[in-house]
Design a protein around this ligand. Sequence first.
Ligand code: FAD
Length: 439
Amino acid sequence: MTVSIALFTQDLRLHDNPVLHAARTAADQVVPLFVVDPAVEAAGFAAPNRLAFLADCLTDLDASLRRIGSRLTVRRGDTAEQTARVAAETGATTVHVAAGVTAFAHRREERLHAALGDRLHVHDASVTVVPPGRITPAGRDHYAVFTPYHRAWQQTPHRTVLGAPRVLHTPDGIGSDTLVIGDPDSPALPPGGETAARARWRRWDVDAYADVHDDLAGDATSRLSPYLHFGCLSPTELVAGALRHDGEGAQAFVRQLAWRDFHHQVLAARPDAARRDYRARDDQWHRDEREAEAWRQGRTGYPIVDAGMRQLAHEGWMHNRARLLTASFLAKSLYLDWRIGADHFLSLLVDGDVANNQLNWQWVAGTGTDTRPNRVLNPLRQADRYDPDGDYVRRWVPELAHLPGPAVHRPWLLAPDYPSPLVAPEDLSARMRHARALD
Ligand code: FAD
């Protein structure tokens, strides 16, 4: 009887899982393993919201595995040590894991390799649709601009979507550690796990996406980001499913998944972009902890910014348009270091992802891959365009709920008790030395 290990990381699913598929093909019996590694906490990535979501994901994965005759083994400790230990206990001859893109994932892979040697098999098309490094411009190891990347991405064949296993044999008697998780910070997190992910995906209407994705109050984006972050859904399966619709909505949605791949290939090539400017512009960031804290608390005096920050605190999630304008307000209008904002987002976002968070922040701050790095989003214009009736603000800023229609965006005229703007509307781009346009 041969045994293999499927080491789950950011691929907590049975459907379309190349790691699980390879482990099944390699041996008669498979040990599905997840290691809770304290190094993730030490690196500051283990935010309470994501830990709570992860606990749901693991419970759901275990239940799904039990339905097909298997179960999840959970171990706590160093990933390489624990995996080698389970391999020794079960006599596993191969270990399968998805390739990651962060510096942490690279180190984990090196350590697994040192502990397991040739028994380790790393699968590169699990976390993204197109593996990082698969497409590159001439003479470079990654694309630095999205548009040419997207063109090449669209022409790259995707692998075949894999079905979920119907039966999985697992050796008996493997000890498992209990997962102890504290309370999340946000009271309204979505439920984690592949079952919830697939239910949400089935309910959601991709056809309307192109028209509604920027409507803040409409809240009609897929909200699949936490499931993609933890790999409860495969991006390859989502793309294949969307392209069966063949309309503008599907095209627009697939483009967003290409953005996700784009940021992953940037980070895979430049792991230091998680903390360092991807393109340094000689910024002299303004320092003001009082302003940073007002931004975190959703008390900047600009209700559209405050609404986004309060949605983040309550749901551990924020609409993309709100992420853009709250981030622009911090990094461009207050001209505070983008890392202050990125850290706060990562401390709460249930989809908090090093590639997507840090590189979107850098895009907004002008230190990243934006080809117009000096643009500043004007929160009032953004509010008038993307929350024209003021409903998004009234939902998240109840003390302004009595203000009618778009008047809610300018409380200094009608609600004198509301915090006054941290920066006057006419000075929104004044601090930034490179500022050019107000969108
Ligand atoms: P949809 O609009 O339904 O899009 C579908 C999927 O495409 C998303 O789930 C996501 O996986 C991907 N996607 C969409 N927009 C982007 C984008 N700009 N970059 C990369 N992938 C994208 N996304 C995260 O997953 N994790 C983060 O930590 C994160 N931090 C962000 C920080 C800032 C400052 C900004 C501006 C954006 C950030 N995003 C992040 C990207 C985007 O805002 C979210 O992916 C999106 O809002 C999630 O909602 P949704 O699933 O409904 O998206």
